[in-house]
Design a protein around this ligand. Sequence first.
Ligand code: HEC
Length: 112
Amino acid sequence: MKYALIFTLLTTPALAQEVDFSDPALIGFGEEVFTDFCMACHGEEALGGNGPDIQGSILSDVTQAIRGTDQMESVDLSEGEPESVTAYLMSLAPKVAETKLRLEATRRQRSE
Ligand code: HEC
């Protein structure tokens, strides 16, 4: 069901993304990336711990965060890993991800 929802999103032109975040293989790899690089702070299933609950984060959230913030050190991921960890985070909370994608699409349209 989760995958189906994201798939619907991806087929909505305004929300189209180049990466298929609903790809189960990408999600599976993303879970490994999350376990290795993020779980110590963000907790099991990204529900929070030493860092906030980040379920449903979209790619822009992840790319921004891994560059480093006041409270989060930068994380050096390899090519494709930001996308895969995003796919995993989106799969955990598709509705949160949907809202974020819609907001982002609206902002993008306004700035065009
Ligand atoms: C050393 C601990 C630590 C690690 C490791 C870590 N984070 Fe964070 N992260 C934090 C903290 C603390 C915050 C909250 C402070 C902030 O947003 O500046 C945060 C914030 C975030 C946010 C923004 C959340 C929001 O609501 O704005 C995202 C997205 C995020 N992290 C993703 C990741 C991902 C993906 C990884 C693994 C690749 C990761 N983090 C690894 C500690 C960590």
